[in-house]
Design a protein around this ligand. Structure first.
Ligand code: DX5
Ligand code: ZN
Length: 233
């Protein structure tokens, strides 16, 4: 498994990065979906893990991460929308996660969990919901390889973009070490992605704006161009 620096440098090199969120994909044809996305030039995958407790929705756990790890060498950006993340971090790293993102709201000790993730050899992400003040994450920036700014309340795809994320992205870009990548997630589409990029986001999680489109590649290409990416193949 690549070390955190390798993963983050790989993402930084190809930024702006569109990360399809595996929540609305066709799980009955996971390999076909992954191959389509790989063929369409996607550089990483975003996995939405939900426990039905931290968020009022339930998705999947380590078995799907393990299955994806066997299917692809793309970086797996695992978004843990779960309570007590420290209990499951080892299993998600063992399953093949390259980046493990926890919610600052999900644990009283975010710093300890971030250190746990690093000690296990994965890169760290720290996520905050729209109602959480950005100052909740600033004490942990030195332990975060990336910050995930939610532009919807974690738990469901297909929600409307909350512009509060833009203020947080701009603030974080001004205070975070340059090495910290900024990711935005929720309601990111052709109408909102350019604002997110202008505010400082480098990683863009996209669900419905890809998986509800007939041509994933065309959607990814358009989104990447709107985010300031060079004309892709
Ligand atoms: C929501 C998830 C997001 C979501 C994105 O809790 O973290 O990744 O699936 O889906 P869209 O792009 O449709 O908002
Ligand atoms: Zn997500």
């Amino acid at each position: 498994m690549p070390v955190p620096e390798e993963t983050m440098n790989r993402l930084r090199t190809v930024a702006p990065v569109i990360l399809p969120s595996l929540l609305m994909c066709d799980f009955g044809n996971l390999e076909r979906e992954v191959r389509r996305l790989e063929d369409d030039g996607v550089h990483a995958l975003h996995l939405d893990v939900m426990d039905g407790h931290f968020v009022p929705n339930l998705t999947y756990g380590m078995p799907i991460v393990e299955a994806l790890r066997k299917l692809t060498t793309l970086p797996l950006d695992v978004h843990l929308m779960i309570s007590e993340p420290q209990r499951y971090v080892p299993a998600f790293v063992d399953a093949g996660s390259d980046v493990v993102t926890i919610h600052v709201e999900a644990t009283p000790n975010p710093g300890e969990v971030l250190d746990q993730i690093h000690a296990l050899g994965a890169a760290t992400g720290l996520a905050l919901n729209p109602d959480t003040p950005v100052t909740a994450v600033t004490p942990y920036l030195s332990q975060s390889d990336m910050v995930l700014v939610m532009s919807v309340n974690a738990g469901f795809g297909g929600q409307s973009f909350n512009p509060v994320a833009l203020e947080k992205l701009s603030y974080l870009r001004s205070v975070a070490p340059e090495s910290v990548l900024l990711e935005v997630d929720g309601g990111v589409n052709t109408a909102t992605i350019a604002q997110c990029a202008a505010a400082g986001a480098q990683l863009f999680v996209v669900g419905s704006a890809i998986f509800r489109q007939p041509d994933y590649g065309a959607a990814v290409k358009q989104l990447c161009e709107l985010a300031g990416g060079g004309i892709r193949r």
